[in-house]
Design a protein around this ligand. Structure first.
Ligand SMILES: Cc1cc2nc3c(=O)[nH]c(=O)nc-3n(C[C@H](O)[C@H](O)[C@H](O)COP(=O)(O)OP(=O)(O)OC[C@H]3O[C@@H](n4cnc5c(N)ncnc54)[C@H](O)[C@@H]3O)c2cc1C
Length: 461
C-alpha cells in the first residue's frame, strides 16, 4: 500500500475504509496522497452533477470539520461537498501564540487543506456574494450552485470609531500579526538600547493591549514572555529596565474565564508578573505616544487592539436576520429561519443551543458545530429528523506567560505549570495533521535548546 501512495498510481480508497483514511492516512502522509486522488477538475465535475450539492464556505474550524465529517458520512449517497476558502491552508489560531513568542514558525500553525483533503472538492477563491434566491455563490474564480449551503466564514476584528485607531493600533489574528508583534518588540528593544534619555527609553518599552478577553490577556502575556525569554538575554544591558505592559478593559473584570473567581486569578497572575490591568476603563483615543482613556492617559509606543469581533462583509450582506455584530441568527438546528437549505456555523453564527444557552465564538465551539452539521445533513439525507444542537464546553485554557497558564476543565481549576502543559498537550492533540504536530514539537524543542527566534522579518510595510 505504501508503494501505491508513493507512486501515486491508485486511489487509496481501494485499500482502506474512510475512517482509516481520515483518521490516520491523510493526517500522516498529507500532500503525498493528493497526487493519487482524482484531480480538481474531476472532483468539480462530480460536485456539479451531484445531488445534493453541499457547498461549504470557509475552511476554518467549523468548515473543515464539517467537510471531513461529511466525507466520511456521505459514502453511498449521491451527495458531494465543495469547500471554498481564500487561503489554501487552515489557520490553527490557538497555537498562534507560539509563533508570536518566537518558538515556532508561521507555517507550523497553518494546515494545508490538500494535506487532509479526502474526497471533497476544494476551490481556492474569495467568496464575493451569496445569492440566496438563485442558490448560487459568486467567487473570484466563478460561480457555484448549491442545494445545501454551509456558511463558515469566521469573523473579523471590529475596529470601533476611536480616534487614531487605524493609524496607531495593531491587530492580532493572522500569522503576519505574530511576525509583526515580534518585529515591533525587537525594534523597540533595538532602539531603546541606544537611547540615552531614560524617559524616552521607558516610552519605547511601554506596550498597551486594549481588550481583556482571551486574546487580550494572552497577547499581554505573550509580550511579557517574548521580551523576557527571548530578547533580554540578547540585550543584557536592558535587563533591569522598567518595562510597562498595560491591559485596558472596559468591563469590570477580565473575561477570558466564565467564572468570576478565575478571572480574578488571571488578573492576579498577570499582575504578579508585572503586567498592569485596568478594568472599567474605556479607550477614547490612540496617538503615536499612548492611549487616552476614561481613567487618564497611558504612555505606550506600541498599542494592540484585541477587543470585539464581527461578521465578515459577505455574511453581513446576507438579507436575513443578524445580531448586532453582524453574525447570522440561526435556529437550534443552526439553520437560517425561513431558509432550511442554509446553515451558518462558527463565528459567523449567533447561536443559542437547544437548552437556550448562548454558544461562544470559539474554535472549540466551531469544531463541534461543524461536526454537528455533518451529522445533521447526513441524517436528513437518510430521512431522519433534525435534532437540535446542544453544546457542552470542555473547559477553557489560557497561556499566561513563561511556563504558566490558567484553566477550567469542568469544575476543576488548573493553574501554573500544569495548565501550561495541558494547554500545549491539548492543542497539539487537536492540530489535524501529524506533519504540523511533529514540526511544532521539533520547533518547541529547538527553541528550548538554542533559544527563540529573534530575527526581524522584513514585511515590506
Ligand atoms: C489569536 C487568536 C487566538 C485564539 N485562540 C483560541 C483558543 O485558544 N481557543 C479557542 O477555542 N478559540 C480561540 N480563538 C477563536 C477561534 O480562532 C475562532 O473562534 C474560530 O477560528 C472560529 O472558527 P470559524 O470556523 O468560525 O472561523 P475561522 O476559523 O476564522 O475560519 C474562517 C475561514 O473563512 C475564510 N474566509 C473568510 N472570509 C472569506 C471570503 N470572503 N472568501 C473566502 N474565504 C473566506 C478564512 O480564510 C478562514 O479560513 C482564537 C482567535 C484568535 C484571533
Amino acid at each position: 500500500m505504501l508503494q501505491a501512495i508513493l507512486d501515486g498510481r491508485r486511489a487509496l480508497s481501494q485499500y482502506a475504509d474512510a475512517s482509516v483514511l481520515e483518521g490516520w492516512i491523510y493526517p500522516l502522509f498529507g500532500g503525498r496522497i493528493v497526487s493519487c486522488m482524482p484531480g480538481d477538475e474531476a472532483r468539480l465535475a462530480t460536485y456539479l452533477s451531484a445531488s445534493p450539492r453541499i457547498l461549504i464556505l470557509g475552511a476554518g474550524f467549523a468548515g473543515t470539520n464539517a467537510a471531513r465529517q461529511l466525507d466520511r458520512r456521505l459514502r453511498g449517497t449521491g451527495a458531494h461537498v465543495l469547500l471554498v476558502d481564500r487561503g489554501n491552508a487552515s489557520l490553527f489560531t490557538p497555537l498562534l501564540w507560539t509563533v508570536a513568542d518566537g518558538r515556532t514558525a508561521p507555517s507550523d500553525v497553518m494546515v494545508p487543506i490538500r494535506d487532509f483533503q479526502g474526497r471533497f472538492s476544494f476551490v481556492h477563491a474569495d467568496v464575493e456574494e451569496i445569492d440566496i434566491a438563485g442558490r448560487t455563490v459568486r467567487t473570484s474564480v466563478g460561480s457555484y450552485p448549491y442545494d445545501i449551503l454551509v456558511v463558515a466564514l469566521g469573523s473579523i476584528t471590529t475596529l470601533p470609531p476611536v480616534p487614531g485607531i487605524h493609524e496607531h493600533a495593531l491587530g492580532f489574528r493572522y500569522p503576519v500579526d505574530a511576525i509583526r508583534l515580534r518585529n515591533r518588540l525587537i525594534q523597540a528593544v533595538e532602539v531603546a538600547r541606544h537611547t540615552a534619555d531614560a524617559a524616552a527609553r521607558s516610552a519605547l518599552l511601554s506596550f498597551a493591549v486594549v481588550g481583556g478577553g482571551d486574546t487580550g490577556v494572552e497577547l499581554a502575556a505573550t509580550i511579557h514572555d517574548y521580551l523576557h525569554a527571548a530578547l533580554f538575554d540578547r540585550y543584557p544591558e536592558l535587563k533591569g529596565e522598567q518595562v510597562r505592559i498595560i491591559v485596558l478593559e472596559r468591563a469590570e473584570r477580565l473575561t477570558p474565564m466564565e467564572r468570576p473567581d478565575l478571572s480574578s486569578h488571571a488578573q492576579q497572575m498577570l499582575e504578579r508578573s508585572g503586567i498592569e490591568v485596568h478594568t472599567g476603563t474605556t479607550v477614547e483615543g490612540i496617538t503615536a505616544d499612548g492611549v487616552q482613556t476614561s481613567a487618564g492617559d497611558f504612555p505606550a509606543r506600541t498599542v494592540f487592539w484585541a477587543a470585539g469581533i464581527s461578521a465578515p462583509p459577505v455574511v453581513r450582506a446576507l438579507p436575513v436576520e443578524h445580531a448586532p455584530n453582524g453574525a447570522v441568527i440561526v435556529d437550534t438546528t443552526l439553520r437560517v429561519p425561513g431558509h432550511p437549505e442554509i446553515i451558518v456555523v462558527g463565528d459567523s453564527a449567533w447561536i443559542y443551543d437547544a437548552e437556550g444557552k448562548p454558544v461562544p465564538p470559539t474554535a472549540q465551539a466551531a469544531r463541534v458545530e461543524g461536526i454537528y452539521v455533518a451529522k445533521s445533513i447526513a441524517n436528513s439525507l437518510r430521512g431522519g429528523p433534525a435534532r437540535p444542537f446542544t453544546y457542552r464546553s470542555l473547559g477553557h485554557l489560557a497561556l499566561l506567560g513563561l511556563h504558566t497558564g490558567l484553566g477550567e476543565v469542568g469544575p476543576i481549576e488548573v493553574r501554573g505549570f500544569p495548565a501550561w502543559l495541558l494547554w500545549h498537550a491539548y492543542y497539539l492533540y487537536r492540530i489535524p495533521t501529524w506533519g504540523n504536530r511533529v514540526r511544532i514539537v521539533a520547533d518547541l524543542i529547538l527553541a528550548a535548546i538554542f533559544g527563540r527566534e529573534a530575527a526581524q522579518v522584513p514585511l515590506n510595510e
